[in-house]
Design a protein around this ligand. Structure first.
Ligand SMILES: Nc1ncnc2c1ncn2[C@@H]1O[C@H](COP(=O)(O)OP(=O)(O)O)[C@@H](O)[C@H]1O
Ligand SMILES: O=P(O)(O)O[C@H]1O[C@H](CO)[C@@H](O[C@H]2O[C@H](CO)[C@@H](O)[C@H](O)[C@H]2O)[C@H](O)[C@H]1O
Length: 461
């Protein structure tokens, strides 16, 4: 292993986007792409590193700025000082990287390839003024699976560029779905600006090369908090959320309609139903192995899945795939916008790209209202009853808004909705056990309640 890769392997486990928590990374260099920097003594490149410590192995993108001498002002983002005197910095925090990344996208440039390629595409309005060569940039704070850079060009709307950390062969739905929605005129996603597509060696592919998205840029709406935080404050302060939840139900229905028009729909064939059932079962098996408290519920959950496979199924189509309050924002001027169409990070990418059932998104949001109640209760146990009432009202209003705008009779699909709510809660139980064990009781209690409500009442819309 060369010294840069060894240094990155030591630095990586502390990064939020590193998915192999509990493992020491075992990194293999797959390739890198380089962008010419105007600064002397500076190299800007993005490394593609395979982590073989997890099963399956995961391919990470790690942009770095290599400087011949230390840059004291950037010391907080130093990855390592190497024996040969060069210093490696975390690219998204360094203007040498952020400037050339934006330039790559807005001027549709091609990076210098060292085993991996990168090509920029511009999808913004053709007549829009493109940002200049130096734009103030900063990394979006908070806990994220990817790294997002906010650009604030002088006199123009700010932009956000998400650098994907885990790479996959094939289109990333975050890019394709949002770009298609924006192009169709949907008011429920921020306008797209562009993306970066890469290519790298992959022995598992027929032609030995994989292709996928490396980054995605869109307009950034400043000063708007994600709805998870807004909803938590509303629940804690006893502020009713029903009107906002109803409008959110309408927005989700409209996004489903736009996606249904922009991408092919599919009939729910026996094969597709079997594939979804298999994904439910697979997740349940992982859940029982990782979360012992799920074992007593295994058989009852499996019964719900069996019942759902036999009931009514609507057509399949593209959906958001990981809808929860942390993925939506309410802009005072533009209403509800949906973000982050990448799908559930723990689900294989090939599955996330397939047509799916819109009720998966409905179930995700319903679970999120319950999460607000659960999280409120953890912090303010004395407000438990109010928080539950708050969540029940938000839930009903969201369903009402969704039904009104979609025309879908959700009661026809209540077994399916119940199965997706259970499946999401199982996912959350795994996610929380891995990342925030104190929160595991939130989905575990929901599972008990969904099962206790009985098959037909579990999700009564
Ligand atoms: N276009 C945008 N405008 C305003 N805020 C945004 C925008 N895109 C993302 N955000 C904020 O960044 C957070 C993380 O973005 P997200 O796309 O969910 O990233 P990740 O894939 O890393 O989870 C969102 O919850 C939202 O608060
Ligand atoms: O990183 P992502 O945004 O793709 O989503 C993952 O992390 C989420 C937690 O940040 C997790 O969502 C769960 O917690 C949310 C509040 O923090 C809550 O609104 C969601 O309903 C709940 O599922 C999500 O499941 C996971 O994929």
């Amino acid at each position: 292993m060369d010294s840069a890769v060894a240094a990155i392997a030591e630095w990586m486990p502390a990064q939020r986007w590193y998915g192999g928590k509990g493992h020491a990374p075992r990194l293999r260099r797959i390739g890198e792409w380089e962008l010419p920097s105007a600064e002397s003594g500076v190299r800007v490149w993005s490394m593609l590193l395979m982590d073989d410590a997890t099963e399956p192995p995961v391919l990470y993108q790690v942009p770095v700025v290599e400087r011949a001498a230390a840059a004291p002002e950037a010391s907080a983002h130093l990855i390592a000082a190497l024996d040969d005197g060069t210093h490696l910095y975390d690219g998204p925090h360094d203007a040498a990287f952020t400037d050339v990344l934006l330039d790559l996208i807005v001027h549709e440039r091609r990076a210098v390839a060292h085993g991996a390629t990168a090509v920029g595409h511009y999808s913004g309005a053709p007549d829009a003024a493109r940002p200049g060569p130096h734009v103030p940039a900063s990394v979006l704070g908070g806990e994220q699976s990817n790294t997002s850079i906010i650009y604030r060009p002088d006199g123009a709307a700010p932009l956000i560029c998400k650098v994907f950390r885990q790479l996959h062969h094939g289109d990333n739905p975050d890019v394709t779905l949002q770009t298609a929605l924006a192009a169709s005129g949907s008011p429920h996603v921020p306008p797209s600006v562009g993306d970066v597509v890469g290519e790298w060696d992959d022995v598992g592919r027929p032609d030995g090369r994989a292709r996928g998205h490396l980054a995605f840029a869109q307009e950034f709406l400043p000063g708007v908090e994600d709805a998870w935080r807004v909803a938590l404050l509303a629940a804690a302060g006893g502020r009713d959320f029903a009107d906002d939840a109803r409008a959110l139900g309408v927005a989700v229905a409209e996004v489903h309609r736009s996606l249904g028009g922009a991408f092919p729909r599919e009939r729910a064939s026996a094969e597709l139903i079997a594939a979804i059932d298999e994904a439910w079962q697979r997740r349940l098996t992982i859940g029982v192995a990782e979360v012992p408290a799920l074992e007593p519920h295994r058989a009852a959950i499996a019964e719900y899945y069996a019942r759902a496979t036999q009931g009514a199924w609507p057509q399949l189509q593209r959906i958001h795939g990981d809808l929860h309050l942390g993925q939506v924002i309410l802009s005072p001027e533009r209403g509800w916008l949906l973000l982050d169409f990448e799908g559930e990070p723990m689900r294989p990418m090939a599955e996330r790209r397939r047509p799916d059932l819109p009720v998966r998104d409905v179930a995700g949001m319903l679970r999120s209202f319950d999460y607000v109640a659960g999280a409120t209760e953890i912090v303010h146990p004395e407000r438990a009853a109010e928080a539950r009432t708050w969540a029940a009202s938000a839930r009903q209003a969201f369903i009402d808004g969704y039904i009104a705008a979609s025309g879908t009779d959700l009661s026809k699909y209540r077994d399916l909705l119940a199965a997706f709510e259970l499946d999401k809660a199982v996912y959350e139980a795994i996610y929380e056990t891995r990342n925030r064990p104190d929160w595991a009781p939130i989905p575990l209690r929901a599972i008990t309640q969904l099962l206790a409500a009985g098959p037909l009442q579990a999700s009564a819309p």
